[in-house]
Design a protein. Structure first.
Ligand code: IMP
Length: 428
């Protein structure tokens, strides 16, 4: 029975929750395997709207076991704030399991994220400022703090001392900030230990056992393909592997166990933060997409950059992740356009290129080559099967599918959970 990976196929905020919703009651476990509270899903259930940053969206589905796996970086205060907010609205979070090997985000990571961004000046990445990059940097530098360290005060103190040794030099001498004391960090982390303890487990073991028992496990990627630290538009990326391979390293299941990889694409494109984005619209069409699609960051509230659908990006994502199915979201946002441009290739230095250029300098000045498709004006939010869509909307989806590298198995037509046109079973 399946291990299903769901990842963003563009620059994030594609609406991965829609795919999770589609799988609905067939899901037994939902696993977050990368990133931290830089993510943001907005999930609408009935009249209620939930904005989640750290918890996997599956936490809202009754009966599902939500898992925060080893590849995640956890800001524990945020974790408990989200749990408390959900509990206050009657959502049961008691099944949540947290990996003993996940790393923590502390105050010094948040501080360093903000000051280093400020010092980068015009070379800023535009991070979410949540301490994600510095926490992953500590993990790779082998000076990170893991969840399990909270249960051994001696070890915790030694590790925090080690981490702060050089960081305080940086904070005080380079960034003109106050030094952070070992005590304040240790006391803060220890204050969460007892509440955290019952949630902590060997999540790799748990997930392998679940798969052995024939359970359906969904691995929900944070961020997206083009923000992946290896395969994205480096350095304008996040600090984790947000592509499908990250589901394996980030959770402790073998790559051969993955049965389906579902890539989420918007019917257009958005990006938050700096970095190349060939189809970006800096005119009133971009404003129109932003207003119609309500494209403002769930985590930071920043207006998202907007542009037309980019098929070479979708093909790249299909390749890098081994996408078996796309779910296209927000098709309804395009309703009312006379013509819908789709980027089918780029022009680089006067030459037509079909795929993302190998050099990022070329990608920075790649000019999209568009094909225009006729739009539609009918309200499509009530469509549930493909034939319910107006002919032009069907043709748009079919044309995009033909050049995107995998089949489009479902289409989001509105913000409600049910507002989905299903074409193919995502588990088939
Ligand atoms: P960081 O993940 O906070 O280090 O930010 C690195 C880059 O990833 C910035 O451009 C962020 O705007 C972007 N980013 C991080 N999380 C998300 C997300 O959930 N959606 C879209 N962009 C994101």
């Amino acid at each position: 029975m399946p291990a299903v990976v769901i990842i963003g196929a563009q620059w994030g905020d594609e609406g991965k929750g829609k795919a999770t919703d589609l799988l609905g009651s067939r899901i037994d476990y939902v696993v977050k395997f990368n990133g931290g509270n830089n993510a943001g899903h907005t999930v609408v259930v009935g009249d209620e709207k939930y904005a989640l940053h750290l918890l996997p969206s599956g936490i809202l589905t009754e009966g599902v076991v939500p898992v925060i796996a080893n590849g995640v970086v956890i800001d524990i205060e945020v974790l408990f704030d989200e749990i408390d907010a959900l509990n206050a609205r009657g959502v049961d979070t008691s099944k949540l399991v947290v990996s003993a090997n996940a790393h923590v985000i502390t105050q010094y990571h948040r501080t360093l994220d903000k000051v280093t961004e400020r010092f980068l000046g015009s070379r800023q990445i535009g991070t979410t400022g949540r301490g994600i990059g510095p926490s992953y940097a500590d993990k790779i530098n082998r000076v990170g703090i893991r969840i399990q360290d909270l249960f051994d005060e001696n070890i915790l103190r030694q590790k925090v001392e080690g981490a702060l040794h050089s960081k305080n030099q940086l904070l005080v001498k380079l960034y003109n900030r106050r030094a952070i004391t070992v005590d304040e960090i240790v006391d803060d982390l220890l204050s969460y230990a007892e509440r955290l303890r019952p949630m902590v487990a060997d999540t790799g073991l748990l997930l392998n056992q679940a798969l052995d028992a024939g359970k359906t496990v969904v691995f929900e990627g944070g961020q997206a393909t083009m923000l992946d630290v290896d395969h994205g538009t480096y350095p304008f990326v996040t600090s984790s592997n947000s592509t499908a391979g990250g589901a394996s390293t980030g959770s402790g299941i073998g790559p051969g166990r993955i049965d389906r990889v579902i890539g989420i694409v918007k019917a257009y494109t958005t990006r938050v933060g700096a970095g190349p984005f060939p189809t970006e619209l800096l005119d009133e069409s971009g404003e129109w997409l932003r207003a119609r699609g309500f494209e403002f960051g769930t985590t930071t509230g920043r207006p998202r950059r907007t542009g037309w659908y980019d098929a070479p990006v979708a093909r790249y994502a299909a390749r890098i992740n081994g996408i078996t199915d796309f779910v296209m979201t927000k098709l309804d946002v395009l309703t009312g356009l006379k013509e819908i441009p789709v980027c089918v290739a780029y022009e680089v230095d006067g030459e037509r290129v079909e795929e993302i250029p190998v050099s990022q300098t070329d990608f920075h000045h790649a000019v999209p080559i568009y094909e225009n498709f006729p739009g539609w004006s009918e309200d499509i939010s009530g469509a549930r099967v493909f034939e319910d869509l107006p002919k032009n909307a069907q043709d748009y989806v079919l044309a995009v599918e033909a050049i995107s590298g995998s089949r489009i198995s479902a289409i989001g037509v509105g913000p409600d959970r049910e507002a989905i046109v299903a074409r193919h079973d995502l588990l088939d």
